[in-house]
Design a protein. Structure first.
Length: 126
């Protein structure tokens, strides 16, 4: 699931960067790319933690999800503070991209997954 989300994010990256570059220049494009990169790293980190716990201690999945969410949020916050402090990014663009791409990728996966699940269920019934 996360692998598909990462691939979709990588498909989205050039579109996002070019759109932001044309809209407001290279600083906005880099800011958007940073937001998307933070999103993808956060998704990979959470998937690694939750996947490892699912293999070794499935009863701890809820705890693992909360820990992964908390640590991921702390990492994103720390990197965001560094980026903002250095002036490397225009933070409103980075923050908006971070939030929007999380939502977009999760919803895209949810919509794509609904069709796959229904197809698999129909094949199993026949």
């Amino acid at each position: 699931m996360v692998r598909r989300m990462i691939v979709r994010g990588l498909y989205l990256a050039p579109v996002l960067v070019v759109a932001l570059w044309l809209w407001a220049g290279p600083h906005f494009a880099f800011s958007g790319a940073a937001g998307l990169a933070l999103t993808l790293v956060n998704l990979v980190f959470a998937a690694a933690v939750i996947g490892k716990v699912a293999e070794t201690a499935p009863r701890m999945l809820v705890v693992a999800a909360m820990v992964a969410f908390t640590i991921g949020l702390a990492i994103v916050t720390g990197v965001s503070f560094v980026l903002k402090t250095t002036g490397a990014v225009f933070f409103p663009v980075t923050g908006f991209t971070l939030i929007a791409t999380h939502l977009l990728l999760v919803l895209w996966e949810a919509v794509a997954g609904r069709g796959t699940e229904s197809t698999a269920r129909l094949q199993a019934e026949t």
